[in-house]
Ligand binder design. Sequence first.
Ligand SMILES: *[C@@H]1O[C@H](CO)[C@@H](O)[C@H](O)[C@H]1NC(C)=O
Ligand SMILES: *[C@@H]1O[C@H](CO)[C@@H](O)[C@H](O)[C@H]1NC(C)=O
Ligand SMILES: *[C@@H]1O[C@H](CO)[C@@H](O)[C@H](O)[C@H]1NC(C)=O
Ligand SMILES: *[C@@H]1O[C@H](CO)[C@@H](O)[C@H](O)[C@H]1NC(C)=O
Ligand SMILES: *[C@@H]1O[C@H](CO)[C@@H](O)[C@H](O)[C@H]1NC(C)=O
Ligand SMILES: *[C@@H]1O[C@H](CO)[C@@H](O)[C@H](O)[C@H]1NC(C)=O
Ligand SMILES: *[C@@H]1O[C@H](CO)[C@@H](O)[C@H](O)[C@H]1NC(C)=O
Ligand SMILES: CC(=O)N[C@H]1CO[C@H](CO)[C@@H](O)[C@@H]1O
Ligand SMILES: CC(=O)N[C@H]1CO[C@H](CO)[C@@H](O)[C@@H]1O
Length: 441
Amino acid sequence: MRLSISIYALLAVFSSCSSAAGVNSTSDAPTLQLSTDSAFNFQYLIALGDALTGGADIAPVLGAAKYITAGDMDSFSEQFHKLASLTKEMAENPENAYDPINVRDTWFSAAQYFRRSDMYLHGNWSNPLIYSLWAEQTAAFDKAIAALPVPGQRVRIPAKKGNFTIEAIWYGALNNNSDPLPTLVIGNGFDAAQEDSYHYFVAAALARGWNCITYEGPGQPTVVREEKKGFIPDWEDVVIPVVDYILSMKSQIVDKRRLVLVGNSFGGYLAARAAAFEPRLSAAVLIDGVWDLYAGFSAQLPSDLLAMYEAGNYTEFDQKILSLRRANKLTTNTAWGLDQGLWSFRTHSPSNFFNQTKQYRLADVVERIKMPVFVGAAQYETIFPGQAQQVAEALGDNATLYQFNGTGGYHCQTAAGQEMTRTIFAWMNKTLNALDSHNEE
Ligand SMILES: *[C@@H]1O[C@H](CO)[C@@H](O)[C@H](O)[C@H]1NC(C)=O
Ligand SMILES: *[C@@H]1O[C@H](CO)[C@@H](O)[C@H](O)[C@H]1NC(C)=O
Ligand SMILES: *[C@@H]1O[C@H](CO)[C@@H](O)[C@H](O)[C@H]1NC(C)=O
Ligand SMILES: *[C@@H]1O[C@H](CO)[C@@H](O)[C@H](O)[C@H]1NC(C)=O
Ligand SMILES: *[C@@H]1O[C@H](CO)[C@@H](O)[C@H](O)[C@H]1NC(C)=O
Ligand SMILES: *[C@@H]1O[C@H](CO)[C@@H](O)[C@H](O)[C@H]1NC(C)=O
Ligand SMILES: *[C@@H]1O[C@H](CO)[C@@H](O)[C@H](O)[C@H]1NC(C)=O
Ligand SMILES: CC(=O)N[C@H]1CO[C@H](CO)[C@@H](O)[C@@H]1O
Ligand SMILES: CC(=O)N[C@H]1CO[C@H](CO)[C@@H](O)[C@@H]1O
């Protein structure tokens, strides 16, 4: 799930009235609620949303949901693990695997269910399932992408600054005459995996004749597991080597004038940051716009806890939050956000996590962004409400602010992937063609 929920979660730690993006205080929610637990409701929407691109089937997801107890993270993991294992068995049946479409559908679905089953495990860094379920999701996903018309290709790209390796997957579009094609560079945020990006963006892009590369940097699922590296603020150190890679290794099939960076969730911040330092990009797409991470969090802290943190009473602040977590007194959203924040920023201290978030502010670099930017906004955004508008305002004429409303209005347009991709591809076509005619003048 995308950064989103995590963040609400975190905030809700402090505020009993914090509503997960209007998802829990639900008289105004735009969709039928699938659980009284707003975190699980959002997870089910993610799982169902992947069905659009062969990454789930509807009834099996609702079947798992039927046996999950609201508020019980273990039951969530167990039910999705069970579904993942069943689906893997079907994928391994040679009669099922008679053609590549069957192979892709079953392995993509198994991979997604393994990812869901990992969602709520990060509170205990020693839980071996964190690694074993991830190995399962990776192996399943690799079988699926090997069966694409142009097989996906895993690539490991060493960073030039910083001691880490970027994990990426290259997807070439079917191309009869090997002309260079437009290309997306796709990254997530707080918690989603590059394997999720296949379902959010890549399938829609390949169908339209775009190449794609997805990537993960520090803090993100595979890099955090394999290299134990948490998020870094200088996100250009992740994106520049990816752009170097495609412009050198894929130069024959990548149209250099149509190279678009996509950032999902907290990745909407990370992509904007990278765009400030990477002029070889033609445009950027932020789903959705994020201006300032700490501002988003701290605005939701009740004043007494915020005062404790700002007074520098870090030990007291940490003890208070962690004791609520241990006593199981937090909502699922909150508990998850705390677990995921500590895990992905590699700290056991909530105040250290808050400290780190202060380094993620677009104001410092926004004037360096010199390209068209699609800035998504979501009607039901509650962690960063108004921030997409701030991003667009700071960018001025180069920004297109687009607010997704109603059932498309959840954080990242979750479960409305068709509306989201239709909208951004139409924008890219219009925008890149306008750049061409501008450059030809
Ligand atoms: C974390 O997981 C390990 C391995 O399963 C287990 O031994 C340990 O007791 C767990 N810790 C907590 C606090 O649950
Ligand atoms: C590529 O060739 C196939 C088979 O000849 C054809 O069906 C398809 O439309 C072509 N695709 C493009 C993008 O030209
Ligand atoms: C680089 O990171 C690896 C682990 O990812 C670690 O083993 C190695 O010591 C680090 N090297 C330096 C120079 O920090
Ligand atoms: C911070 O700690 C100091 C020393 O214990 C205490 O006097 C002060 O009231 C605390 N401030 C807040 C906001 O908790
Ligand atoms: C948080 O940042 C402050 C100011 O830089 C620093 O004094 C403090 O040690 C940091 N606390 C933690 C837990 O990292
Ligand atoms: C908008 O982007 C163009 C390049 O596409 C750049 O030349 C211009 O300076 C940018 N404008 C602003 C206000 O940043
Ligand atoms: C969403 O609603 C806002 C506020 O009414 C409006 O300004 C915006 O144009 C709407 N977005 C779309 C895509 O219609
Ligand atoms: C309306 C609704 O679903 N409220 C739920 C919000 O979340 C809390 C904690 O998980 C539940 O107790 C409420 O029932
Ligand atoms: C694939 C596609 O629809 N391309 C369109 C993009 O925009 C140009 C001009 O704005 C159209 O001519 C193309 O048909």
